[in-house]
Write a protein that binds this ligand. Structure first.
Ligand code: UD1
Ligand code: CA
Length: 450
C-alpha cells in the first residue's frame, strides 16, 4: 500500500504574493493539483495534504477532494509531516512530497518506489552545476549519510553537487517510530524532514538515493521566475506530445494545452489558443486564433474561430464564431452553425439548426433544422427566476424576436421578425406579435427639414 503526505503549509515568501504558493497555476492548474493528480495516478490510497499558510484558499478550491492536516504554526518540514498523524497506523510505504514540486512525472516516482523495495528510506536526488540553496547529499563511500541544508553547510559541503529534490519514499511504520527524534538545532531553528536521514542511519536502517538527471521536472518552485520556467517547460512538453501524435500547432509558444486534454489527428491549432481542463477534441478540427476551450467535448470537422466554449459539447461539422460564447452545459448537435456574437447558455441546440448572428439563447431546448435570424433573444430571466424556452423542429425564428420564457413553440412554426412572443405557438402556425405599421404621407421629408 502506498500512502502520501503532501507538504503545502509554508508561506512561500519568495513568491511575494498574498496567494498560497501552491495555488499559483502552471498552465490551467494550481501547483498543488499537479502534485495531487500525479499521486492519484500512482494509486496512492491515503493522501494527506498538510496546509497552514493560505489554507482557506486551498480548502475552497479542493474542498473534500483532499484530506487535510493543519500545521499551525509552521515549524519546518518535519513538523509538517508530524501533522499527518492520521496515517500512523497505515501499512506500507509513504511518499513525502514537497507541495512545490509539481512537474515530477509518474514514471520518475515509479522508479523511486521500485528502488524503495530494498530500502527503509529512499530520497530523490539530482546533480546540479549550480546547486544554489538546495540541501546537499553527503555520502560516505556511496552510502547516503545525511542531507545538509545550505544554510547549515560549510564550504566543503556546499561544494557537493548532488542535491535533495524534496521527495522521499519511506517505510510508514519506521517513519512514525522515529520522526520524534528530529530536533530543531540548526540555522533556521526548524524541524527539518531532511534530518530523518541522520536518524535512520543512527538506528542502522537502510537509506538510499535515487538520482535523476532531468532537472526540469525535479525543480521546486519558490519564485515567480521558477514558476514561469516550469510553465514554459510543461507547455513545450505537452505541445510536442500532440505534435508527435498528429496535431498541427502553428505556434507552440502561444498555444496552451492542459495536461488533462485529449486531442486527435489532423486538428489544426492556430496561434493564441488555450485548451483547458478535461477537454476532448476530435479529428480534423480547425481552431483559429483567440479561441479558448475549457472542459468541453468537441467532435470532428468543426471550425472554431475566436470563440470561448466552456463546460459544453459540440458535435461534428459545426462552425462556431467568430466571437461566439457557448457556456454552462450547452449541447450543440452536428451540422449546426453558431455565428458571430452568439451566446448560448445551458441550451440544447438540435442537429442542423442555425443561429448565425448576434443572438442570445439561454436555458432552452431547440430541435433540429431550426433557423434563428439576427438578434433573437430568449428572455429567460424575469428578475427572480430562470425559465426555459422549448422550440420544436424546423422552426423559423425571424430576426429580432424575443421569446419570453417559459414558452413552447411547435414544429414548423414561424415567428415573424420583430415579434415579442409571450404565448405558446402550436405546430405549423405563424405568430406575429408586433404593432401594425402606420405610414404618414410626406411626413418624413417635413420632419427632416424642420
Ligand atoms: C526543501 C528541503 C531541501 C530541498 C528542497 C527541494 C527541507 C528542510 N529542505 O527546502 O533539502 O533541497 O526542499 O526543493 O526540507 N512546508 C510546510 N511546513 C513548513 C515548512 C515548509 O508545509 O513548516 C512545505 C512548503 O509549503 C513547501 C515544502 O514544505 O511546499 C518545502 O518547503 P520549502 O520552504 O520550500 O523548502 P526548501 O527551502 O525549498
Ligand atoms: Ca522549496
Amino acid at each position: 500500500m502506498l500512502n502520501a503526505i503532501v507538504l503545502a503549509a509554508g508561506k512561500g515568501t519568495r513568491m511575494h504574493s498574498n496567494k498560497a504558493k501552491t495555488m499559483h497555476k502552471i498552465l490551467d492548474k494550481p501547483i498543488l493539483e499537479h502534485v495531487y493528480d500525479t499521486l492519484d495516478k500512482l494509486q496512492c490510497k491515503n493522501i494527506v495534504c498538510v496546509v497552514g499558510h493560505g489554507r482557506e484558499e486551498i480548502e475552497d478550491y479542493f474542498s473534500d477532494r483532499l484530506t487535510y492536516a493543519i500545521q499551525q504554526p509552521q515549524l519546518g518540514t518535519a513538523h509538517a509531516v508530524m501533522q499527518a498523524i492520521s496515517l500512523k497506523e497505515k501499512e506500507g510505504k509513504t511518499l513525502i512530497v514537497n507541495g512545490d514540486c509539481p512537474l515530477i512525472q509518474k514514471e520518475t516516482y515509479q522508479k523511486m518506489i521500485e528502488m524503495a523495495e530494498q530500502y527503509d528510506l529512499v530520497l530523490m536526488t539530482t546533480k546540479l552545476d549550480n546547486p544554489a540553496s538546495y540541501g546537499r547529499i553527503v555520502r560516505n563511500n556511496d552510502s547516503v549519510e545525511a542531507i545538509v541544508e545550505y544554510k547549515d553547510a560549510d564550504e566543503q559541503t556546499r561544494a557537493i553537487k548532488e542535491v535533495n529534490v524534496g521527495i522521499y519514499c519511506i517505510d510508514n511504520q519506521l517513519l512514525w517510530k522515529y520522526i520524534g527524534e528530529i530536533d530543531n538545532h540548526n540555522a533556521q531553528n526548524e524541524y527539518y524532514i531532511t534530518d530523518i536521514v541522520k536518524v535512520f542511519k543512527k538506528h542502522g536502517l537502510k537509506v538510499g538515493a535515487c538520482c535523476f538527471d532531468d532537472f526540469n521536472q525535479l525543480q521546486g518552485i519558490n519564485s515567480r521566475l521558477e514558476l514561469l520556467n516550469a510553465s514554459k517547460w510543461l507547455q513545450k512538453k505537452t505541445n510536442e506530445y500532440w505534435i508527435n501524435n498528429g496535431v498541427t500547432i502553428i505556434d507552440p509558444d502561444s498555444t496552451y494545452i492542459s495536461t488533462d486534454a485529449v486531442l486527435s489527428i489532423d486538428t489544426i491549432i492556430y496561434p493564441n489558443v488555450r485548451i483547458e481542463g478535461k477537454t476532448v477534441i476530435g479529428q480534423n478540427n480547425i481552431i483559429e486564433e483567440a479561441s479558448c476551450i475549457i472542459n468541453s467535448k468537441i467532435g470532428d470537422n468543426n471550425h472554431i474561430i475566436a470563440s470561448r466554449i466552456t463546460d459544453s459539447e459540440v458535435g461534428s461539422n459545426v462552425t462556431v464564431g467568430p466571437n461566439a460564447h457557448l457556456r454552462n452545459n450547452c449541447k450543440i448537435g452536428d451540422n449546426c452553425r453558431i455565428g458571430n456574437y452568439v451566446e448560448m447558455k445551458n441550451t440544447i441546440f438540435g442537429k442542423g439548426s442555425k443561429c448565425a448572428h448576434l443572438t442570445y439563447v439561454g436555458d432552452s431546448t431547440v430541435g433540429q433544422n431550426c433557423n434563428f435570424g439576427c438578434g433573437v433573444v430568449t428572455v429567460n430571466y424575469d428578475g427572480k427566476n430562470k425559465h426555459r424556452c422549448t422550440i420544436g423542429n424546423h422552426v423559423f425564428v425571424g430576426s429580432n424576436v424575443n421569446l419570453i420564457a417559459p414558452v413552447t413553440i411547435g414544429d414548423y412554426a414561424v415567428l415573424a421578425a420583430g415579434s415579442t412572443v409571450t404565448d405558446d405557438v402550436e405546430e405549423k402556425d405563424m405568430a406575429i406579435a408586433r404593432c401594425r405599421q402606420q405610414v404618414k404621407k410626406g411626413y418624413g421629408f417635413k420632419y427632416l427639414n424642420k
